[in-house]
Design a protein around this ligand. Structure first.
Ligand code: PLP
Length: 284
């Protein structure tokens, strides 16, 4: 399929990324993943908005408009004929002789925007049966609100989970549960949904924001409040959310059953509300 480099659709094999691209050398850039359902982009505007917010927080000038990116991504999707899958997009601070400092304006270094598509089925059986997770220490930096390319701590946590045969690592900092290595984390206790506040210690997931609205509209208490690892391990229900994992039940934590060891009632309710939201947005 085709990919985007800058404002052009190109063959992937025709694209060259410079050895000194700052994304490659420093992780100096930001990214987004958008889900595609039946050929339609889900919450595209929100993802493109967040890309610009992340870029701004690292003083990166994307030098394209959100509308331009939207048009490019839509044409890429059409060109590649993606049905169920995702679009990955990233922006780096560009290629310049290696130096930690930003390239000088006079050097005319331009941000490098790239995007490509993937065909990925929805994780049906995991959504149905739930997944297992481990708990792990959150060793990331203090600006987890930025969707930056620096994912080494996330990679290490996810691998630790995989090594234990688990789907996700739910992270904690000073005993407080923050989020998953590539997801937001929630507990249900006494019919209340609780998740870490959207501050600098977590990424405010687009799925999280959709869920907050769905809860509000359906009179399900959605509480943004810190909770401890102990609360996680003794919750009635646990689930995680992300663009690719949707609303994913967690049925075992560190090898022990969560609640009854099956996806809980509130989690099921949120899954069906989320499903309706997908249909509403992408089947018009
Ligand atoms: N938290 C982290 C660290 C993530 O990497 C992700 C997504 O990959 C999320 C949360 C969930 O965000 P979203 O729902 O926007 O995909």
């Amino acid at each position: 399929g085709k990919i985007i480099l800058g404002d052009q659709l190109l063959e992937r094999s025709d694209v060259l990324i410079d050895l000194e691209d700052r994304g490659y050398q420093f992780g100096d850039g930001v990214y987004e993943v958008i889900r595609v359902y039946g050929g339609k982009l889900f919450t595209m505007k929100e993802h493109i908005d967040r890309l610009f917010q992340s870029a701004k927080k690292i003083k990166l000038d994307i030098s394209m408009s959100p509308e331009q990116i939207q048009d490019l991504v839509e044409s890429l999707l059409k060109e590649n004929g993606v049905n169920f899958g995702s679009v990955y997009m990233q922006v780096t601070r560009g290629a310049a002789p290696r130096n930690h400092k930003f390239p000088l304006p006079a050097s005319n270094t331009k941000a490098v925007f790239t995007a490509y598509t993937n065909e990925v089925p929805r994780p049906q059986s995991q959504l149905e049966n739930g997944v297992e997770a481990i708990t792990a220490e959150d060793i990331r930096w203090l600006r987890c609100d930025i969707k930056s390319l620096n994912l080494l701590p996330n990679v290490l946590a996810k691998q630790e989970a995989a090594d234990s045969g688990c789907f996700e690592a739910i992270l904690h900092r000073n005993g407080i549960v923050t989020e998953g290595s590539s997801s937001n984390a929630y507990i249900v206790k006494n019919n209340e949904v609780m998740t870490h506040p959207a501050d600098n210690l977590i990424l405010n997931g687009i799925t999280r924001q959709v869920l907050a609205t769905l809860c509000k509209d359906n009179s399900i208490p959605f509480v943004e409040k810190e909770f401890e690892v102990h609360d996680l391990l003794h919750a009635d229900e646990v689930f995680i959310t992300s663009t690719t994992s949707e609303v994913m039940p967690v049925i075992k934590l560190d090898g022990r059953a969560v609640g009854n060891g099956v996806p809980g009632e509130i989690t099921r309710k949120l899954q069906s509300l989320f499903e309706a939201k997908i249909n509403q947005e992408t089947k018009v």
